[in-house]
Design a protein around this ligand. Structure first.
Ligand code: ADP
Length: 361
């Protein structure tokens, strides 16, 4: 029966040994690429490379068999490479790093593992990196510039609202202006916090006493919970703390807890836990709230992504909370795991590797 459905198709294996023309063409195609291509064997040694790679890695014709780690010494490359080897999979995210030949240029290394071997592609991403930097600077500058006018507006609105002789016809307007400036202020503060987390590389590292921090998060949650009346349970199974930036981590974990409160209908159950695991420690927040339908889950940590904008605004949300969580967790080389079922509830989990876990004295 005719069908308009086409399966992707490619020859599984091209035997080029007997086909010199194909062999030459493939070679020329790889040489013509603008990006560096390197083939690496199971012992991490070079097997083949194209001209761009030869130039970038200063390779000579007799360098076959040289270790890739002698060619690229950046520690982030080694970590990425070992990660791929350990999981034996292709990590399409790749790793970005400053070029070892010209620190003003940025490169992206991407490894695809196949059989025992690996294909390493190196792209020049300098332009992308600059655009990304311009985007970050722009957001940081706009947020910063908005701060002063907003502070003036908020101040005067507070003054006017406090007057005893506010004409009744102004009252509703003043109320709305106060609400909206407060909302704008929350957005600007969250944008500034996000920019800081993104830009700051050498943030202050401290030993974080998780028991103390989570007790604070819990107390704040209880204050916020007044109008919701949920039962909130905090389980701390380990005295282990973390090594990191206290302010950022506090902000991330609070966002997860406040979200659980906001997106759970009144009288729900919320469980916050901090437990030891085989790999390190794990923080999680479980609610029996609205839940999230599968198509939304992968996008929740994007800036301003909301499942229901009306509800988010009504509860004072900025749409930036989970983006902040994502960036803070990135500092710990980890990501947010979200399990959720519509009308059943959600669990947000962050696992921290043992290298970030610190037993407190
Ligand atoms: P917001 O300020 O809108 O809460 P967030 O970035 O914190 O922004 O969250 C993004 C969206 O993810 C929210 O608008 C909401 O739709 C959804 N969400 C977050 N946490 C939960 C939760 N615990 N239960 C259901 N939906 C949630």
């Amino acid at each position: 029966m005719p069908t308009d459905h086409h399966e992707p198709n490619a020859p599984e294996y091209i035997d080029t040994s007997n086909n010199k023309a194909v062999n030459i063409k493939m070679n020329r195609a790889l040489q013509a690429l603008q990006d560096a291509v390197v083939l690496i064997d199971g012992n991490d040694n070079l097997t083949w490379w194209n001209l761009v790679a030869a130039e970038l890695l200063s390779l000579q014709a007799n360098d076959t068999g040289k270790s890739i780690f002698d060619c690229i010494q950046a520690p982030e490359f080694r970590r990425y490479y070992q990660d791929i080897t350990a999981h034996n999979d292709a990590n399409h995210e790749g790793v970005h790093m400053a070029s070892w030949r010209d620190p003003k240029r940025y490169l992206k290394c991407e490894i695809t593992a196949f059989d025992e071997d690996k294909l390493l592609m190196i792209y020049d991403v300098t332009r992308l990196q600059h655009l990304e930097q311009m985007r970050r600077d722009f957001v940081a500058n706009v947020s910063h510039e908005l701060r002063t006018p907003l502070t003036v507006l908020i101040g005067y609105l507070e003054n006017f609202s406090d007057q005893d002789d506010v004409p009744p016809k102004w009252q509703r307007g003043l109320e709305l202006m106060t609400q909206q400036t407060a909302r704008m202020n929350r957005i600007v503060n969250d944008l500034l916090l996000l920019s800081k987390i993104e830009i700051e590389e050498n943030y202050e590292l401290t030993r974080i006493d998780m028991t103390k921090m989570l007790t604070h998060v819990y107390d704040d949650a209880q204050a916020y919970n007044q109008e919701y009346g949920h039962t909130i349970h905090l389980q701390i199974d380990t005295y282990d703390g973390l090594y990191g930036s206290e302010m950022y981590l506090n902000s991330a974990l609070s966002n997860l807890v406040i979200n659980a409160i906001k997106y759970t209908p009144k009288g729900g159950n919320i469980e916050i836990s901090w437990i030891k695991t085989a790999q390190g420690c794990e923080f999680s927040v479980k609610d029996n709230g609205l839940g999230i339908a599968p198509p939304h889950i992968a996008r929740l940590t994007e800036r301003f992504y909301r499942v229901d904008s009306g509800r988010s605004r009504a509860t004072g949300g900025t749409g930036l909370g989970l983006a902040i969580v994502k960036h803070v967790l990135h500092q710990y080389n980890t990501s947010l795991q979200i399990e959720s079922e519509l009308d059943v509830g959600s669990t947000f989990t962050a696992t921290f590797d043992a290298s970030y876990v610190r037993a407190l004295p």
